[in-house]
Design a protein around this ligand. Structure first.
Ligand code: TYC
Length: 129
């Protein structure tokens, strides 16, 4: 009888814990699962995914404009900007930098906006590392 009461009280405590942890059912494995998830979230927030921002070659955008984009949007030195532009011109594509998702997205949008304002078809893409 006393043992039954103890087990019942323990079950109630487990239910309260599970409600706090937003679990549907009871059990140690689910509490453990919840602890595991907390660890995963902590891990993801310390190491965000990185994305390569890549310029693509075309036949119409001037070399001068691409160099200007590399200097202003990607903070490249004049020598680096010329080297990357020539590499894109010869190889078809080239790496401009590696950034977190929102920064990479903003760089891609900025390149397309600047190109559009000057009527160039310059294309820029991002790729998850
Ligand atoms: N191929 C272009 C030309 O000959 C130059 C160019 C370089 C264009 C790099 C785009 O991402 C690019 N004018």
């Amino acid at each position: 009888m006393a043992v039954d009461l103890y087990v019942s009280i323990q079950a109630n405590y487990k239910q309260i814990i599970n409600l706090c942890l937003n679990q549907k059912t009871l059990g140690d494995s689910e509490i453990k699962l919840s602890e595991g998830l907390e660890e995963k979230v902590r891990h993801e927030t310390t190491e965000p995914s990185l994305y390569k921002v890549i310029l693509l070659n075309d036949d119409y955008t001037t070399m001068d404009f691409v160099v200007r984009v590399l200097k202003t949007v990607f903070s490249k030195s004049p020598a680096e900007a010329i080297q990357i532009m020539l590499s894109v011109h010869k190889q078809g594509s080239g790496l401009c930098g590696v950034y977190t998702r929102e920064i990479a997205e903003t760089k891609v949008i900025t390149v397309h906006e600047l190109a559009g304002q000057s009527d160039f078809p310059l294309k820029c893409i991002m790729e998850k590392e």
